[in-house]
Ligand binder design. Sequence first.
Ligand SMILES: C=C(C[SeH])C(=O)N1CCC[C@H]1C(=O)O
Ligand SMILES: [Zn+2]
Length: 554
Amino acid sequence: MIDIETENSKYLKEVAQEIKDRGFNDIQDNEQIQRQIKIFGKLSVDALIAEDYNTLINAISNMQSNYAKAKVCSYEDRRKCDLALDPEIQKRIHHSRDPEELAYYWKEWYDHAGLPAKDNFKTYIDLTRKAAKINGFKSYADDWVDEYDDTDFESNVDKIYNEILPFYKELHAYVRHRLQEKYGADKLPENGNIPMHLLGNLWAQQWNQVFDIINPYPDTPFIDVTDEMVKQGYTQEKIFRMGDDFFQSLNMSKLPESFWTKSVLKKPDDPNRQIVCHASAWDFFQKDDVRIKQCTEITQEHLYVAHHELGHIQYYLQYQDQPVAFRGAPNPGFHEAVGDTIALSVSSPRHLQKIGLIKNGELDEKSRINELFKQALQKIIFLPFSYSMDKYRYAVFRDEIKENNWNCGWWKMRSTHGGVEPAVPRSQKDFDPTAKYHIDANVEYFRYFAAHVFQYQFHKALCIKAGQFDESNPTSFLDNCDIYGSHEAGEAFKEFLSVGSSKNWREVLEKFTGDKEMSAKALLNYFEPLRKWLKEEIKRLNLSTGWAVTDKCN
Ligand SMILES: C=C(C[SeH])C(=O)N1CCC[C@H]1C(=O)O
Ligand SMILES: [Zn+2]
């Protein structure tokens, strides 16, 4: 894989050099040619000399390999030391309600997946810094910002973060209160950070796995279709066939036959074949050669992850007839939002009833609050997490967080922006950022922040097209809209996706949604009923919101 990457990098350098030598950058009279030249002319880390490029790719590969191979010992039986992240550790973190066991697995994972990658991370920082300078960027952070084609990108992200922060703080206060009731105030002091091992996710990026112990109306049934999926004999293939069927119902592209033979849709049984289980979608830049790698489990969560990945695949198929330079998204957030947008319909009670996973697809006042709360534990909670991920990396790339503060700087960022803290005390001798896949794999993360905002703009536009939402009607709700079968919605989505990166992202966004910018308005409107309920609850329970910066790292 590294040889291919090195060869590809050499080719890209030659193309960029030829563009320069032939003066193509001076072509001003053709906007489409100019766009393609800009795209091909941008090298990023490919600008490094072959030796440095190889060293960098090896460092990233070593970090990913450490992540993929990290194993821990069982909490119950310390002689059994073959527990992998997927599925063993994830299952315990999702389902255990024993704080000691949760803290054990949290520490084991961070110790095994984090610190061993530190030296490679240092190499990665040094060489991406070197590449940025060759390309004329002040830092590698500015190379990443450049991908958004938005001179105000960082301030726009800050603005949206601050716009949703009051809602997040209310959610955080309520969750902290409910966890205090469950685990005791000694585990969750008033006005304190939430210890992240109690939130059902190793990185506390989404808290929906603990919905069962913190939901607003415990006596009102809530939707978790995992058991029903298992009962109905769901397989990995069935999950992806359903996603394929959803896109075809919109009159969008059917998955090519090669997808089914070339994809890896479940974890290989062979213990010697240790793959990176983190879900990914692949475009081979041929005709119809698109694939997914996912260690799919038969769970509700993986049903939605599968739709997320199929969103990438659909985008690849929609723009595959564009010139190579335009076979991409004009804004990285778009690519991450396609599948999530479809998953908003798939996860609606109306759709889950349609596919026979639940009996009652209608929402009453309490079940609406329960469902919105569960979704907010995924989508609102995710925003400060994703914001912290790249605010941290920007600061490291810009040498604003110095190497001797890389670890506690990470925990200060996570606490400041999200009010979460490590399960156990950490120090500068630990190294925790590389316990998160995207930091090992050099995957920029503001794309997911943007996607969590764009998907509500997309969902609203598609639901209007499908005749399922009327903004002027106060009794029309977006949270039970299901666009399945709407060719009108499909046509609008196809028109938006098929242009690829041939046009400016604002231009295609406005044509699709009427919005000229990434805007949290659609997201906040979607959750308005929950926001109202939460404010009343906080007043009734007399809860204080907010937190001090954690002291759990020195
Ligand atoms: C599902 C993917 C593959 Se593009 C992913 O990495 N996601 C989707 C949500 C955020 C991010 C994560 O898991 O951290
Ligand atoms: Zn994705």
